[in-house]
Design a protein around this ligand. Sequence first.
Ligand SMILES: [Zn+2]
Length: 499
Amino acid sequence: MKKLAACLTLSLAALVPFGQESHAATTFTDVGTTHRAQAEIYYLVDGGIVGGVSSTRFVPEQQVTRDQAAAMIGRTLNLNGEQRATKFKDVGSNNFASGYIQQLVDKGIISGYLDGSFKPKNTLSRGEMALIISRAFEYNSSSVSSAASSLMKKGIAAGIADGTFGESQTLKRGDFSVFLARSINADFRTANNEKFDRNYYVNTNDGTALNMRKGPGTSYTSIGSIPTGKIVSAAYSVGDWVYISSDNVKGFVHSAYLQLDKPSDDEVVTPPAKPTPDPTPLPTPPGKKPLKDVVVVIDAGHGGKDSGSVGNGFLEKNITLNIAKKMEAYYKNVPIQAKMTRTTDTFIELEDRAAYAKKVNGSIFMSIHNNSFSNESANGTETYYYTRSAATNPNAAQSKALARYTQNRMLEAWGLTDRGVKPGPWLVIKYNTVPAVLAEVGFISNKKDMGLMGTEAGRQKLAKGLFLATLDYYYYYEGRTDVLPLYSTVNGTPSGKLH
Ligand SMILES: [Zn+2]
């Protein structure tokens, strides 16, 4: 899926080299205790985000250049700063910030000029600063004016004396440091309006406590430790790090150690109330197995050492398992069986997931995933089926039909952007022996999608939709009239013919 990788591998950020600037001194002769940006500059120096121009001087009054700004933003997001060739004719691999510039361009955070240049030594304007910060911190601003207004609302930057934002004015190193430090850590802001409104369990996987740090990176000092299993509240993310509050202490932890489910994974998912009396069974249509022998295979994507994609403080493997368990529960009220490729936080090879469907005599296979992208722009729901060659999964037509019914019920449940039903090469559907689909239910990297995917109520609604999609497939594609009474277990009705 190219950049829209469903299965983004998580790599814990390594320490980045500093290039051009010196990090050796933590006291600059030109940033004394009374300097207006003293706290913010030393905060960034602590995290290795900025250094002095020499071991003793920071030169806060010097204009910040575009390459310096890119390096600071790149280090803030823990990007790999290794110098490299870039797409710009005026940024060679000898530029200390070349690695950050190229990565920020790839992520849509920074851009060059129409003539193919980046102008690395040009000074950064306040307008450019607002846009870059709003993209790097995912404030969803598409114009300079909306970016400026986000920064003002959040207490990160104020307007200038003439009442405007002064978007064409240039910025000094000291001022840029203040804006960046405030963006990273809300404690520096003139107003801290951030809400710690999402709860997560801490899970370090090995029982040790989790370090909470002063900033988003392992260079920052630890300011406390949180026992595994504890619930913490999160406000926002900076790259893969999350700004959290625990026992009234605020700081940063890596998102890989936060999850939605209890680490023990012993949560009980209660099936929906069964209607009384039971729906009257209808006769099995000629030539079909009785419903009690029909097996839906549910595959919760990723698991164990494979977290899947990470975003907004969530791990894909936990979301997929949670949805899968909720879906499974709906089959407890009907004769059709559901079997899960995994019911706990365990790693299973993709080929083994596909083979499982055959092993348990499955009739259809549904794999549940979340999508991810490097910024907020991508969102929505899509469903994949495998179609390429009969030598692998021979059930192309059946899979496509199942994909249509799946996509339809997901859109009905969540109403997110319809990215469509598409052929895809994913191994779990390719090497399957039964009609198989892979549902990318939403984007873990998108705040709107996470408004549904990140909540129990949202996941419940989706799970019910996936259950209904399987009934729709049996009813319309396989002509199984005997599934009709099963809709009443969730007060549902058939979707209409879609294939
Ligand atoms: Zn995935």
